[in-house]
Design a protein around this ligand. Structure first.
Ligand SMILES: NC(=O)c1ccc[n+]([C@@H]2O[C@H](COP(=O)([O-])OP(=O)(O)OC[C@H]3O[C@@H](n4cnc5c(N)ncnc54)[C@H](OP(=O)(O)O)[C@@H]3O)[C@@H](O)[C@H]2O)c1
Length: 286
């Protein structure tokens, strides 16, 4: 084993939300290089609302990094169940900070939904202005971590997808496979992010030891409708089953930002994090 490999393996990582789409992919990715303390063999999903559980496990396991992927991500549910949303999306990070050792670095995943979606493409210094309760909670969670005096990294990302988990790609693929018609919005535009690339970006962020706030997302800025058409094309599904609609046609509880793409130039100046094209990703995951 090389010295570099030994140093990497010695890093102790705890992933919260390890059953989720990002947590699960991140576990697979990081377990190849680091000691993921709650990985498949030693699987454990801590409840970020349970302070005594957090305290016990963080003291026993003493992670070097906690990567917080635990969240309630159904934005309409959050809008209608505000106390549940606050408990996980805000108090979760508060609890992680207060229950872990001061020298544990915290990596927290945030979202383009902290922005109002009126600007087309957002840099890190743009002023957040969330339009829904989920976005407000995620912004508050960022602020709690930012002002905590803890070494931290906040990565904002957008429309995470992959071949498994609860995500837009899987919904479109499975609906069309089952010959269902789907209505997809033409006016929500963002840069979808492959969970595997995001995991790689987190891995490289750990190796480079970057701290602070960064955006990381896919390279292509695309509407949900055009993304769905690409998915249909790759699988040779009937595109006529995808009905273009406007966000205003839907009676959604949570107001979404419409143009919320994230500019990724800040992180790309520091680390080599190329995001493959959507066509390439769709080919290899389909
Ligand atoms: N999905 C996106 O498009 C997107 C976009 C931008 C940012 N993000 C952010 O990326 C992160 C990961 O999202 P994701 O897509 O992987 O979401 P996900 O698939 O919904 O995963 C979130 C995980 O958190 C778990 N969780 C919920 N309450 C918890 C609690 N009290 N304690 C511990 N775990 C709890 C969930 O478990 P259960 O399934 O058992 O409830 C789920 O496994 C989140 O911070 C999210 O805000 C997501």
């Amino acid at each position: 084993m090389t010295l570099k490999k030994m140093v990497q393996n010695s890093k102790r990582i705890f992933i919260t939300g390890i059953n989720g789409q990002l947590g699960g992919t991140l576990n697979k990715y990081l377990s190849r290089y680091f000691n993921v303390l709650n990985n498949q063999e030693n699987f454990y999903n801590l409840n970020v609302s349970d302070k005594s559980e957090l305290k016990y496990f963080f003291k026993e396991l003493s992670p070097d990094y906690i990567i917080n992927c635990a969240a309630l991500t159904n934005v309409d549910f959050c809008e209608q169940n505000k106390s549940n949303s606050y408990e996980v999306n805000v108090n979760g990070i508060r609890n992680i900070i207060s229950c872990s050792k001061k020298n544990t670095k915290i990596i927290h995943i945030s979202t383009d939904y902290v922005f109002n979606g009126n600007k087309k493409i957002y840099v890190e210094s743009d002023i957040p202005d969330p339009t829904c309760y989920y976005g407000k909670n995620k912004l508050e969670s960022e602020n709690i971590l930012r002002t905590s005096n803890r070494d931290h990294l906040i990565l904002r990302t957008s429309v995470i997808f992959g071949e498994t988990g609860n995500n837009f790609y899987v919904w479109v693929r499975d609906s069309l496979k089952n010959n269902h018609k789907i209505s997809v919005v033409i006016d929500q535009i963002s840069n979808p992010t492959w969970s595997w690339s995001l995991s790689e970006a987190i891995y490289k962020s750990i190796l480079s030891n970057i701290s602070g706030l960064f955006h990381y997302a896919g390279e292509e800025i695309i509407s949900r409708y055009d993304f769905a058409i690409k998915i249909a094309e790759i699988h040779d599904f009937d595109q006529d089953r995808i009905i273009p609609i406007k966000t205003s046609d839907l009676d959604q509880k949570a107001k979404r930002p419409l143009l919320s793409a994230l500019d990724v130039s800040k992180i790309k100046k520091i680390i080599d994090v190329e995001h493959p094209s959507l066509d390439y990703i769709l080919k290899i995951i389909s």
